[in-house]
Design a protein around this ligand. Structure first.
Ligand code: ACO
Length: 331
């Protein structure tokens, strides 16, 4: 392929991995003061997968990576960069991507993490596009992997019903075909960082007896505030990214919003003025698995046979930072 004829970057493999253990709303009823009815009506979640004590973020990512490469008909020797989006890294350093590189035996290819909360997969797509189109890399394994349940306070009913663990991703390469990533949009607002945060464990509040006693190692969020911003920002990002691609909302075949809450998903769809059947929702099965939600949804609609060549997909996310962003993709 001549670089002059390259038009876009294209997804050539998809896949995901979730741990075996499933925690249902009925299980949660036995753990905290909640009910299946509350969780279902407020969030749409019915069950989520939970990593075992031995399983960590890189383990999930390595298994997802193997499945994605298999789906693409590739081996690890065919990729030349690994990007892992995560907010729950195995270690603060080295990066989880380096642990994944070791696990996949992808010797010496570069590897790094992206930290952009639940928007990490979208940020990763945007980075991958620029690295491929500027000829730095040819074929990138982009993974989103998260073990949010390991930073969940299981005594806090406000948060413990929301999250699950998963890894998912794509392989990306350049294409001269008339398909691929058409446009992108990304934003952040650090002024709102405290609203969704893991306060302890970094250098601001290093791990100590006090941090443990005050439960600062757990994810903390102001759910109502996050909700309002998520709907506004994802709606804005989806509208803008479609405009940037020179398309209209009527051209959208599927909207894949980050899956944080069924009401956020529905409200984002309404902001973009899309029919409900075009808005993908898988949250009932997995809960909020952060960076993995969009690539799992993409893999599932692909495997279901619903995706046709030239379908226009808008993927849009919002997360800690705050960060938000979107891409328009022609299948
Ligand atoms: N079961 C029963 N009652 C509960 C539960 C529960 N699990 N959780 C909260 N409640 C109660 C509250 O205590 C409150 O009771 P009160 O009125 O007596 O004080 C009541 O339900 C209503 O609480 P709200 O917080 O107002 O409920 P809301 O309708 O806002 O739903 C939720 C809460 C589901 C958290 C919602 O705000 C939300 O989804 N926010 C966005 C979450 C999100 O997107 N997170 C971002 C991603 S995470 C990441 O980026 C890593």
């Amino acid at each position: 392929m001549s670089y002059k004829s390259i038009r876009w970057i294209k997804i050539i493999g998809t896949g995901f991995y979730v741990p075996d253990k499933i925690l249902t709303n009925a299980d949660l009823e036995k753990m905290v003061d909640t009910s299946d009815e509350w969780i279902t009506t407020r969030t749409g979640i019915k069950e989520r997968h939970i990593a075992s004590p031995e399983e960590i973020t890189s383990d999930l990512a390595i298994e997802a990576g193997r499945r994605i490469l298999k789906d693409a008909g590739l081996t690890v020797d065919d990729i030349d960069l690994i990007i892992v989006a995560t907010s729950t890294p195995d270690t603060i350093f080295p990066s989880t991507a380096c642990w994944v590189q070791r696990g996949l035996k992808a010797d010496h290819i570069p590897a790094f993490d992206v930290s952009a909360g639940c928007t990490g997969f979208i940020y990763g797509m945007i980075l991958a596009e620029s690295l491929i189109l500027n000829r730095t890399n040819k074929r990138i394994l982009l993974l989103g992997s998260e073990c949010l349940t390991k930073i969940t306070n299981w005594n806090d009913r406000n948060t413990c019903v929301l999250f699950g663990d998963a890894a998912a991703g794509v392989v990306l390469e350049a294409t001269e075909e008339d398909c691929g990533m058409l446009s992108s949009y990304w934003k952040a607002d650090g002024n709102l960082g405290e609203l969704l945060i893991q306060p302890g464990g970094g250098v601001r509040q290093p791990c100590s007896q006090e941090v443990l006693q005050q439960e600062l190692r757990y994810l903390s969020m102001r759910g109502n505030e996050v909700f309002k911003h998520a709907v506004k920002c994802m709606g804005e990002a989806a509208v803008e990214v479609v405009k940037k691609a020179g398309l209209q909302k009527e051209d959208i075949d599927y909207l894949i919003p980050h899956q944080a809450n069924a009401r956020i998903i529905d409200a984002t769809g309404r902001r973009v003025k899309l029919d409900k059947e075009k808005v993908i929702s898988i949250i009932h099965k997995y809960g909020n698995v952060s960076v993995a939600t969009i690539p799992i949804a993409l893999h599932e609609i692909k495997e279901s046979g619903r995706l046709k060549p030239e379908d226009i997909i808008v993927m849009v996310a919002f997360g800690a930072g705050f960060t938000w962003g979107a891409v328009t993709y022609k299948w």
